[in-house]
Ligand binder design. Structure first.
Ligand code: SAM
Length: 394
């Protein structure tokens, strides 16, 4: 009974702008809101109050992945529910007590390797099923409303490379290069000498093969190591896309110092990643099941570290709505091959990843998180980029 009272309180405060029907485990049904029903939640059994009040995100996430909660409705009903919950000022998603920040995580080189392998070495075959053919795993850039995901991912790669104002024959390092599309495009289409770093064995093998297949051995190399371990002469350009979310709060300062260390004195860097509006944070369910070691920094938290590393901000671009669309397209792709994913990875894994993708879309949709491109130089006396943004669009 206590659970039901708590749930009712939670739903009434969390789903203000939508109407939700809840089927409780005891056979009773309540509707919160007075519009057309946006989503129906069915609780097959109660989550103990102790678990719910200790950490609502963890308790609800685990119940969902185990099939104890079902959510139905048109479109992406989980995204609808979570967006409403993020948008409501007194919802459980904003209650720091219910969403308690998880205990400290280690980001030693050993721990990071384990964390990255857990996420990325699930296997290329799995990612190939729902990423676009370029195997890009970060926010795309939709120049046109009808861009396919693959097109928008390539627009993103060119948007980043053009921002650097790259001159042929120069060098570029991509920290956290994933499956290599950005670095290999920089080699082939901008005639740069490129290097990439990844901690994932599967990505390393994939990029090695691509370098061979495309005969780029003289222009491209890939390192399987932690970015902190790489000793290399500085580069003209440094990129890092979707990477600083992995380094951990305590290492963010070091990460930006390493970006500066990899840059020549007149070098330019483009750093792209997810930030939060207010203060950095992590989510207990997400770090336990999807991104161990993950930490999303605050927008201004990064700026402090950038300045401390002696870097100068040239340009800053938020791309929140682009990432909302990207995650929605990933989720559509994922659900189109859901049976295959389920055969490959099992039902619980499939439910976890669907929840993760819809929760990300909701988080971007509600403005809870954003994605920012920081264009950086090493001090004001470094390389001079053009005075206006016009050069980025040529
Ligand atoms: C979200 S993926 C982004 C991949 C790619 N940049 C893209 O846009 O598709 C993050 C990448 O960062 C790499 N990474 C994370 N932590 C790392 C670390 N400590 N050292 C080196 N690479 C790391 C992962 O191996 C992965 O390639």
């Amino acid at each position: 009974m206590l659970e039901k009272t708590l749930y009712a309180k939670m739903f009434a405060s969390s789903f203000k702008d939508i109407t939700v029907t809840v089927n409780y485990w005891d056979g009773t049904t309540e509707t919160y809101g007075d519009g057309k029903v946006d989503a129906t939640i069915t609780f097959k059994k109660a989550i103990p109050v102790k678990e719910l009040t200790k950490n609502a995100s963890l308790a609800l996430g685990e119940a969902y992945q185990q099939g104890d909660i079902e959510v139905e409705g048109a479109g992406r009903p989980l995204q609808k529910l979570l967006t409403a919950a993020y948008e409501s000022a007194d919802s459980f998603m904003r209650n720091s007590k219910l969403m308690r920040i998880i205990p400290k995580q280690s980001h030693s080189e050993r721990a990071s390797k384990k964390d990255i392998q857990k996420h990325y070495d699930v296997g290329n075959d799995f990612y190939r099923l729902w990423l676009d053919p370029t195997m890009t795993y970060s926010c795309a850039y939709f120049e046109h409303d009808d861009d396919t995901l693959a097109k928008a991912q390539m627009h993103k790669v060119h948007h980043i490379l053009r921002k650097l104002d790259p001159q042929p024959g120069r060098t570029l390092l991509d920290i956290g290069c994933g499956w290599g599309t950005l670095m290999l495009t920089a080699a082939k289409e901008y005639n740069l000498h490129v290097a990439g770093i990844t901690l994932s064995q599967e990505q390393f093998d994939f990029v090695q093969n691509k370098i061979k297949e495309e005969h780029l051995e003289d222009q491209a190399e890939i390192f399987l190591c932690d970015y902190r371990e790489l000793k290399h002469e500085p580069f003209d350009y440094v990129t890092s896309v979707g990477m600083f979310e992995h380094v951990g709060e305590e290492n963010l300062g070091l990460y930006f110092k390493d970006v500066a260390r990899f840059m020549k004195n007149d070098g330019t860097a483009l750093i792209h990643g997810i930030t939060r509006q207010q203060g950095g944070a992590t989510n207990a369910w997400l770090t336990k099941y999807i991104f161990p070691g993950g930490y999303v920094p605050g927008l201004t938290e990064n700026l402090g570290h950038i300045i401390d590393a002696g870097l100068q901000v040239n340009d800053l671009e938020p791309l929140r709505r682009h990432y909302q669309r990207t995650t929605e397209m990933w989720d559509d792709n994922f659900n189109a091959v859901r049976d295959q994913v389920q055969d490959m990875m099992g039902e619980e894994f499939t439910r976890m990843w669907d929840l993760y993708l819809q929760a990300c879309a909701a988080s971007f949709e509600s403005g809870n998180i954003d994605v920012i491109q920081y264009l950086l130089n090493k001090g004001a006396s470094g390389k001079t980029l053009p005075m206006t943004r016009e050069y980025m669009y040529k």
